[in-house]
Design a protein around this ligand. Structure first.
Ligand code: SF4
Length: 226
């Protein structure tokens, strides 16, 4: 058992958007709280960031495509369809897919969907390169099946191979927590997520948050040291 110290009372100076109930930055129909980050930002800084969404630069193109998909299809299209609509609007023709081995079947179906919508694709599985976990110093005890060859997930190689193919948009399908960080870091093309892996909750991590009032109340236990 870990001793749990008395929790320090949070003060407004520690607050961020998660402690805000007004959410006034959305429609400006309420009030900004005292700790508001919209109120605190320097006008010149806000202008500098906003400029990135204007004109025809790469960030602007993505922002406008995303807004168009949201505004046109709000609540009408599935994420799979929205991904295609987004790809079309940024002019992507070749879609890179960085997939988890555990979602290879779903990826095969996604490839068919892309093809039906006139989009080419190239898939790289997480185990590409087939490098055993021991080669990067991971203990045998951490393998899922001890004493066997068990390849690392290789998100940097996934990104490199898709970079070599000059894909226009890369889609992550169920990459592990952390492997997705490395893939995003090393991908040259913009990255979007189709499936967020949750091995326990059928790839719906939000379910843990929906259920934390009762079934998943352990999420709110302190001192677990996960
Ligand atoms: S930016 Fe301000 S108004 Fe918006 S959520 Fe954060 S604190 Fe609330």
């Amino acid at each position: 058992m870990h001793a749990v110290g008395k929790r320090k009372k949070a003060e407004p100076k520690d607050f961020s958007c998660s402690e805000c109930w007004q959410l006034n930055c959305y429609r400006r129909d309420k009030r900004f709280p005292s700790f508001c980050q919209t109120e605190a930002i320097q006008p010149a800084e806000l202008k500098r960031v906003t400029k990135k969404y204007q004109g025809r630069g790469p960030d602007a193109r993505i922002a406008h495509a995303a807004a168009e998909v949201e505004g046109t299809y709000y609540g009408k299209l599935t994420r799979v369809e929205e991904t295609i609509a987004f790809a079309n609007r940024i002019g992507a023709r070749k879609i890179g897919i960085a997939t988890c081995i555990g979602l290879a079947d779903e990826t095969r179906i996604f490839v068919k969907v892309l093809k039906a919508n006139g989009l080419a694709s190239h898939t790289v599985l997480c185990k590409v390169g087939s490098v055993d976990k021991s080669a990067i110093g991971i203990d045998d005890g951490l393998k899922i099946q001890k004493g066997t060859h068990e390849s690392i997930c290789n998100p940097i190689l996934q990104a490199k191979l898709l970079n070599d193919r000059k894909t226009d948009l890369n889609v992550m399908v169920g990459l592990c927590v952390g492997h997705d960080s490395l893939f995003s870091k090393h991908s040259h093309a913009p990255v979007t997520t189709l499936i967020t892996k949750d091995r326990v909750l059928g790839h719906n991590p939000a379910a843990a948050l929906y259920g934390c009032g009762f079934y998943y109340k352990r999420l709110l236990s302190e001192g677990r040291h996960l």
